[in-house]
Design a protein around this ligand. Structure first.
Ligand SMILES: Nc1ncnc2c1ncn2[C@@H]1O[C@H](COP(=O)(O)OP(=O)(O)OP(=O)(O)O)[C@@H](O)[C@H]1O
Length: 270
């Protein structure tokens, strides 16, 4: 990394106080939630419950009907650099190379032209793409495009990253690589992250806390805390499987009974 060019990100606290978000056909979300600075919160819930709606409202792209959202203690007022959204489908400019996509975000932030090149190179190095900085998005794989999108998002120095199933379209191996990359980037920048996923394992691997939501309108139904989050190899430990069942049961995908190994269930003799 080039010295002196690392963006100085720190996570902001996000508070949702009795937040109502409605569509014309009815309520979409009713949320109370406190997210600590630099915390990684994963949102899980049934399809169509309102997960993306909550993120879009936090990005300032959707109005809040009632209640209050504060970021770093200040009320949210429309789209801004404090909260940046990362989508499943990358939104790169197809006619610009990877480097120039990142430079564009730096230009929007007012970084002088002379500095943009060095800072973009640094950000692309952080996401492991320095060798591909001259490529157009079309010539990059899905995983690589998501890396550019992450670099470009970091260029805006957001205090909060809103990630809407960012790895949902990737194959399993690329997805695992992207999860590791996100953890390493987060360890450097410590932005607060709200991350929507359908994948229980992804939630368990990345989260400090997992927020389970009800069917529409989305309300918080349960919060699962992860002790020692992101510790290497914890997906192979019994505690991981226990929490996995707890979450699946919370989402109504398995009965609480199924979380008990067959041999330990009442009335079942091994
Ligand atoms: N612009 C809109 N106008 C009206 N209703 C909408 C709009 N966008 C989404 N909805 C509806 O609001 C509900 C919540 O949608 P949202 O996309 O937030 O759910 P989600 O939990 O992210 O879904 P999924 O898991 O399938 O991505 C759904 O019933 C959806 O059909």
């Amino acid at each position: 990394m080039t010295p002196g060019v690392r963006p100085q990100l720190t996570g902001a606290p996000v508070r949702l106080r009795d937040v109502h978000i409605d569509y014309s056909d009815g309520p979409a979300a009713r949320i109370d939630l406190d997210v600590e600075p630099g915390e990684v919160v994963m949102l899980l819930g049934p399809s169509g419950c309102g997960k993306s709606t909550i993120l879009r409202a936090l990005a300032g792209l959707l109005p809040i009907t009632a209640g209050e959202v504060t970021v770093d203690g200040k009320p949210l007022a429309g789209p801004g650099a404090r909260c940046a959204m990362v989508f499943q489908e990358d939104a790169l400019l197809p006619w610009r190379t990877a480097r120039r996509n990142v430079e564009f975000a730096l230009a929007l932030r007012g970084v002088r032209r002379a500095q943009r090149h060095v800072m973009a190179a640094d950000l692309l190095e952080q996401v492991g793409l320095e060798a591909f900085s001259g490529h157009l998005p079309l010539r990059l794989s899905g995983g690589m495009r998501q890396r550019v999108q992450l670099a470009r998002t970091l260029a805006a120095e957001p205090r909060v990253l809103l990630m809407d199933e960012p790895f949902g379209a990737l194959d399993a191996q690329t997805r695992a690589e992207m999860q590791r990359l996100l953890v390493s980037v987060w360890e450097r920048h410590r932005a607060t992250i709200l991350f929507v996923t359908h994948d229980v394992d992804e939630a368990l691997l990345l989260a400090d806390r997992i927020v389970l939501l009800t069917p529409r309108p989305a309300r918080v139904s349960r919060i699962v805390e992860i002790p020692e989050p992101r510790r290497p190899g914890w997906q192979f430990q019994p505690d991981f499987a226990r929490r996995r069942y707890e979450i699946l049961a919370g989402l109504g995908h398995v009965s609480e009974d199924e979380s008990v190994p067959l041999a330990e269930r009442k009335g079942v003799t091994p």
